[in-house]
Design a protein around this ligand. Structure first.
Ligand SMILES: [Zn+2]
Length: 103
């Protein structure tokens, strides 16, 4: 997966199209990510003692990684991500728009 925790992404599909947010969690196995402020869902909850009130709570839900593009921290463009190897053999991501290494 070419998106990681703490990346800033642009949503390119779905109801939050056009919004930006920071990746809070990544779920590589499911190809999903949780993005700050994106994809709020309403959950109905029952009261559970004094700790939890009954009612509707809104929380973020993970979205598919195919619905976002990485925002390049260097050129600030939604970037297609490439991979390249540094001289020391480390694999890093780079922005195909400006060519800068992102990691
Ligand atoms: Zn860039």
């Amino acid at each position: 997966m070419n998106i990681r925790k703490d990346d800033t992404v642009l949503v390119i599909a779905g109801k939050d199209k056009g919004k930006k947010g920071k990746v809070r969690f990544a779920y590589p196995d499911e190809k999903r990510i949780m993005v700050e402020g994106i994809n709020f869902i309403k959950k109905h909850s029952k009261a559970k003692g004094a700790a939890r009130q009954a009612g509707i709570i809104e929380r973020e839900a993970p979205i598919r990684v195919s619905n976002v593009m990485l925002l390049c921290s260097k050129c600030n463009h939604p970037a297609r991500v490439g991979f390249r190897f540094l001289d020391d053999g480390k694999k890093v991501r780079f922005c195909r728009a400006c060519g800068e290494v992102i990691d």
